[in-house]
Design a protein around this ligand. Structure first.
Ligand code: RIB
Length: 305
């Protein structure tokens, strides 16, 4: 069964710097790099590299970045028939700084992603024929995220929402979402609580269950992930690796989680896949180039048995 990703497609313009700049500061960096990215496209590439039949639905601009971004999706094995070229705007772009500690900050200029709207829903509906899972994020307009999740719910397609970038959600959206995967910052924006411990993550998870989702997975970066569902809470430790770039680690997590679930694996195993996907992603530079292959992920999981 297939996985559909409805979301953003960006070109990432990356400055490698010794540390992240302070407000008003000019810093000399080490290097400039460009990588295909966008939370939606990264998750689609992760799914395809992990051997899932994957459809991307979204928009690129009528510029040179748009052509490259579509070529990159194709090269990764993502079906891009439902990616529209929007000649009126530029492609989405992310300006990213990555420091020597592998930390990052990101500014996203939505471009064509900001034009994703209800006109795109018929293509999404087609892509969802025979699909098991719909992956959503928040780099396209919120009203269309809500409409897409509603459509998926009506078709009994499992909705996994990555609530990134951090923001509050309309109440209605929670009732259409099966699995929500905030990191600590996003969880704080959703429920207004900061997360400093696994106990905090458990509290946030319980709050989100009450709002209507079935499964919460709080991604806690280098610590691991905390799962909360009606059976209770469970913490999953991270797999230690040498991190060079944490950009898109969360996207690798969601892609791997979705592929394991679409293969029919239970949620416990799918979370371990997510953790392994995120761990592998931080060992490589860039967003889409860092999404792991299935054999790498299986090899890493084997070392954890
Ligand atoms: O999650 C990482 C992604 O966030 C980057 O690829 C960038 O494009 C932004 O969307």
């Amino acid at each position: 069964m297939s996985i559909v990703v409805f979301g953003s497609i960006n070109m990432d313009l990356v400055a490698r710097t010794p540390r992240l700049p302070a407000p008003g500061e000019t810093l000399i960096g080490h290097a400039f790099q460009t990588f295909p990215g966008g939370k939606g496209a990264n998750q689609a590439v992760a799914c395809a590299r992990l051997s899932s039949l994957t459809w991307m639905v979204g928009r690129v601009g009528g510029d040179v970045f748009g052509d490259i971004l579509i070529e990159e999706l194709a090269a990764a094995g993502v079906n891009h028939t439902f990616v529209e070229v929007d000649p009126a705007v530029s492609s989405g772009v992310a300006i990213i700084a990555v420091d020597d500690q592998a930390e990052n900050n990101i500014i996203v200029i939505p471009g064509a992603n900001g034009n994703v709207g209800r006109d795109d829903l018929p293509r999404l509906e087609k892509a969802m024929e025979g699909a098991k899972i719909l992956l959503l994020q928040l780099e396209i307009p919120m009203d269309v995220v809500v409409a897409a999740a509603k459509l998926a719910k009506e078709k009994a397609v499992t909705v996994i929402l990555d609530p990134a970038p951090a923001q509050e959600l309309p109440d209605e959206l929670y009732s259409y979402v099966d699995i929500i995967t905030p990191n600590e910052t996003e969880a704080a924006a959703l429920v207004g609580l900061s997360i400093k411990s696994v106990e905090d993550a458990e509290g946030v998870g319980q709050d989100l269950l009450i709002r209507g989702v079935n499964q919460v997975i709080v991604k806690m970066g280098g610590l691991g992930a905390h799962s909360v569902n009606s059976d209770g809470g469970k913490f999953y430790p991270a797999i230690p690796v040498d991190a060079v770039d944490t950009v898109a680690a969360g996207d690798a997590f969601n892609g791997a989680l979705a592929v394991a679930l679409s293969d029919g694996e239970p949620i416990e195993k799918a979370i371990r896949w997510g953790i392994a996907g995120g761990a592998l992603a931080v060992t490589k530079e860039g967003a889409q180039p860092a999404m792991p292959e299935r054999k790498e992920l299986l090899a890493l999981l084997k070392t954890q048995q």
